[in-house]
Design a protein. Sequence first.
Length: 150
Amino acid sequence: MNVILDTNILVSALKKISIGDPAKIVNLWASKAFTLFYSPDIYDEYLEVLTRPEIKIPPKLMMEILHRLTTTGIEIDPPTSRIDMAHAADRKFYDVAVAADAFLITGNTTHYPPELFILAPNRFLEAYDICCRDHLSRRQFLELYARQER
């Protein structure tokens, strides 16, 4: 299973390392339950946001996460899409998700086009459980999800 984490998910997880859905998702990544994809632009945003003084992420924890990203994640540099985005800065996450055939997990689903692969943390955890339980690929899950949404 391929996953992209919007920066807000990573920040939420690191601020509340043992509680909440974002923390559960980061813990799943740490246990190698899925593959995290990123681009150079996403890495740069993670680094810039996680080092902001007001975010208050301990430097050691931030460096551990960025090291894990570069050693276990897969970096790709996808083409830039032309789809309308509420926030142009979020395009990099969308483009990597499309290129990697991945779920995009975000706390700001309204910033993105209404695509079934863009999920809030609680919906992703539900999708993850269903995919594991029923041995579904992302494509199979999205087909099932689309039928249920109608």
